[in-house]
Design a protein around this ligand. Sequence first.
Ligand code: URA
Length: 237
Amino acid sequence: MASEQQFDLFATEGGVDAAASLARDINPDDIPTSATIPVPPGTYDDLALMKTHCNQCQRCGLAPGRTNAVIGRGNPTADVMIIGEGPGQHEDEQGLPFVGRSGQLLDKILEAVRFDPKTDVYICNIVKCRPPGNRAPTQVEMAACRPYLLEQIRVVDPKVILLTGASSVKGVTGDKRGITKIRGQWVEWDGRWCMPIFHPAYLLRNPSREKGKPKWLMWQDIQAVRDKVNELRSQSV
Ligand code: URA
């Protein structure tokens, strides 16, 4: 389908709801293939259609290297969302986020504060396709993928979001500061509690558990997250 026709599918005439219902009715092959075509809020009722679209997406230069778009794992109605940077090789092969060594460590960290990775959290990434050589995603790639991420956040509707590493923080809140400066501090974004934390890959490279070292700091941060989630859950009953 020509780019102009695709753009029409998302024309705001008739409002976001009209655009969204139109989007649901059309062939997934047809949208959204170009980063000039918006993906308005309300396009997706759930994440299954988004996955189909992401697997056909051509909005940025990561598309040709993709084996599988990586959408998410865990509970799509969880009150905690974890956002990583982008898929690595294992994630690209399996179509699931954080399934390599970083993911195994992430699961252990979650389990240490009694979060079940399958039921208590939803895990995803800033970009859905693998950046070559595991480099960080560029601003252009993050911007092209952002509508999907915003839809994902809207659909899952978490109360708490953990941002793993500087790219994740930059991709969500736009804060460009280094992770060591901002980790462990709650920030409000989109009416949600967000906490920047170290990326598990950084902890794999810095394995010391000594006080003040990255692993020790992560332990402080994840306990603060557990406390916040307990507090929010107790308020909502
Ligand atoms: N690192 C990430 O940021 N995301 C993944 O899915 C895997 C490794």
